[in-house]
Write a protein that binds this ligand. Structure first.
Ligand SMILES: Nc1ncnc2c1ncn2[C@@H]1O[C@H](COP(=O)(O)OP(=O)(O)OP(=O)(O)O)[C@@H](O)[C@H]1O
Ligand SMILES: [Mg+2]
Length: 307
């Protein structure tokens, strides 16, 4: 079932086009990533989905309700955090949740307890928010977004400030919500690696335009041809650099290794050759594909700039 449908959404602020006719969908049971660098337009889009920002053109539909025309019905189905969760620091986590619960019908203390359990905050829920770490505030923010049992969860960079364990727990929690409770999740981030682990599909936004869509479960046919930066650590990096130079690959020595850009399928032959030449190879590390590299392959080499 389609929970979120954004069609030709455009946002202009002071004659500047912040979003230019973007379209996307989120289905129930699906985690959809919204990936883009600083200033791409992620928060702007999310604010419009949450009804916090006026739409210049196009439309947003949540669970069959037009966000502009049918605001209240649409909002009943959405929970979210934009930028950072807005919490009362002098109140405890529980008091914050009780306060938000009071703004909706039919949320009792058992509902609150089970959500607190879900976000793993039971141990600290009766402490004041001012004593919480950033990650704990994020958890309370997510609990708050889930209180009214929304079908669609919208999260703007929720991993900001989380440590790796916190990120994994968030990932597990979102997967649980999407797969077990059929919630649709729309989540923004500027980290491709994080999105790849968490999402079913990813939209890539840059300069207010959606420049690509990736289905994570679909094998990339041309994966063998994608180039990565590799770092070779050997007992003779100068010799290795000369070897790459002879092959007309540019390489640099950095932090005790040789960095070179290659496609994956070139590695086995190169390694075999180096071994034959009696070179000791201690490591061949593949640098994780960066958002920029992904952009480069999608925008055929034009470097993206923050406006
Ligand atoms: N109220 C505003 N007035 C003018 N420009 C704005 C306003 N809000 C956002 N912008 C501009 O819109 C563009 C997109 O901003 P937005 O906050 O949506 O980006 P983002 O993708 O969330 O970036 P980040 O990763 O840094 O959070 C930026 O160029 C920003 O300067
Ligand atoms: Mg933002």
């Amino acid at each position: 079932m389609e929970l979120l449908k954004i069609e030709n959404l455009t946002k202009t602020i002071k004659k500047k086009k912040i979003l230019d006719s973007i379209s996307l969908t989120v289905n129930s049971g699906e985690i959809v990533g919204f990936l883009g660098p600083n200033g791409a337009g992620k928060t702007t889009t999310i604010k419009m989905v949450m009804g916090l920002f006026h739409i210049t053109d196009g439309y947003i539909n949540v669970c069959g309700h037009d966000v502009t025309k049918d605001f209240e019905s649409a909002m009943k189905n959405v929970g979210g955090i934009v930028e950072n969760p807005d919490l009362y620091k002098r109140l405890t986590g529980r008091e914050n949740l009780e306060y938000f619960a009071s703004m909706h019908d039919g949320i009792n203390s058992e509902n609150i307890d089970s959500i607190v359990e879900l976000v793993k905050m039971s141990g600290r829920i009766d402490d004041k928010v001012k004593t919480y770490s950033l990650g704990m505030c994020q958890r309370i923010g997510i609990a708050q977004a889930l209180l009214h049992n929304p079908k669609l969860l919208v999260l703007d960079e929720p991993t900001n400030g989380l440590d790796p364990i916190g990120i994994k727990e968030l990932r597990d929690m979102l997967k649980y919500l999407s797969k077990e409770a059929d919630v649709g999740v729309f989540i923004s981030s500027h980290l491709l690696s994080e999105m790849e682990l968490m999402c079913d599909r990813i939209y890539i936004i840059d300069n207010g335009v959606i420049i690509g869509e990736k289905d994570i479960h679909q094998e990339d046919e041309s994966v063998e041809d994608i180039t990565y930066q590799y770092t070779f650590v050997t007992d003779n990096n100068t010799k290795l650099m000369a070897y790459f130079n002879a092959l007309q690959y540019s390489s640099v020595i950095e932090n005790g290794g040789v960095n070179v850009v290659l496609s994956r399928n070139e590695i086995p032959n190169i390694v075999a050759q180096l071994v034959q030449d009696d070179m000791k190879i201690y490591a061949v590390n593949q640098k994780h594909r960066t958002l920029e590299q992904d952009f480069l392959s999608m925008t055929s080499g034009t470097k993206t700039q923050i406006r």
